[in-house]
Design a binder for this molecule. Sequence first.
Ligand code: XMP
Length: 513
Amino acid sequence: MNEQIILLDFGSQYTQVIARRIRECNVYSQILRFDTPAAEIARLKPKGIILSGGPSSVYAKDAPLPDKNIFDLGVPVLGICFGVQLFAQFLGGRVEKGLKREYGKGTLTVKDSSCALFHKLPKSLQVWNSHGDKLTKLPHGFKPVAVTENSEYAAIENRARKFFGLQFHPEVVHTPRGSEIISNFVHRICGCGKGWTMRSYLEQAVEEIRAQVGKEHVVLGLSGGVDSSVAAALLHKAIGAQLTCIFVNNGLLRAREAEVVQEVFGRHFKLKLQYENCSKQFLDKLKGVTDPERKRKIIGKTFIDVFQAATQRAGKAKFLAQGTLYPDVIESVPIAGNPAAMIKSHHNVGGLPKNMKFQLVEPLKCLFKDEVRLLGLELGLPKEIVYRQPFPGPGLAVRVLGEVTPARCQILRNADAIVVEEMKAAGLYYKIWQSFAVLLPVRSVGVMGDERTYDYTIAIRAVESQDGMTADWVKLPYDLLEKLASRIINEVKGVNRCVLDITSKPPGTIEWE
Ligand code: XMP
């Protein structure tokens, strides 16, 4: 078993960020619900426990409280924000409503540099606060080690029991040295090594897949996206020819997408790739349909039908592999105001019917997206796949507004290829969340040479985002915009106008539909 830190989730929007920071220290971390029984935690033999922040007040009637026995497991505990107030609640301190809510940047002054959390850190640090309640009496055995303008107990410790508390958030980027504080906790205080790397994970995952699958066969729906691609490469390494990847061309793919997948997986990795060209089937079903929800439904249902038929052609497989990631399986804390709880329900992708009688293999289900990318590189996947931008399951159908016809898909595909090419040439493609073209269903008048034209408009969409939930439009350089517009209008037949989308999310969405 990996050395690990257990992170109890009290509903903070930053819980997953803490888990990622710990893993960036090469230490495995797992997020568990706040009320996980101490005995269950003990079985996992954690090297330390972190209590996350959360939107509640410890004194609220329905406050999420942990099993009190976690404080007797004999392992170091770090409470962050709400987590500190739990110390007060359980170990005899006091928390009161702060006179003013402390929110935003603050300066931390370390009073006791011998506290291991601040090892090798300067006496003055920029930190990020976000709390209303405030510790006003220290719990038994604790002493203050750092203060902010607003709080004399910004960092506290009980050195003998190895309990530590931080009122501020070390996990966010606005606490620039916060990762070092977390590293001090996991390495210096909990004594963790640096065993969690994607290389070691790869070896372990290969063993686990072999143990789970035995001599049976596995099918996997390969979309060409990061997750299914990494899952395919990993499974292939583990079980070779026992894996069949099914790639469905739904006629709604971007330029060269089907070719790249066949090149990389078929010719380079030499894995068993079952290529299903179902373009006609999808496009026939979409004929005459303009309503975005109906388009999605038709594509979703058709995918299930063709995938189901394809798995039967693939032969006798007992397992279905999926590229499920950790954020999809973390049980979010059902607390009012917990944004993490809402994030999960968004764009529930890849749902297959329950009657498909497969057992699941989900070899990425304890990884975060950035870890999946590192694993992909470790497996030898090209950057083009590992760092590709997100692409919606229903493909170009959500970007061809109005009716999806083969001709209109082709116009969009040609325009989109120019956007991708120029964004890459400008060194911007891999730096932002998404950049793509959208085909609008309106035509307008133009002149080209001596001729009057009556053609379509392409909108360019480029956004920055952390997770797709909120997004800002990217201020692309004017010369790049000029080049994009000029190339699209000159090179893509059927387009005579180009516009830039300057809507952020909210209130807009990233895709137009
Ligand atoms: P919206 O348009 O809702 O998109 O702001 C947020 C992010 O989700 C992607 N997206 C999808 N991904 N299936 C997916 O796998 C879908 O149906 C889908 N719709 C949108 C979108 O590209 C953006 O990154």
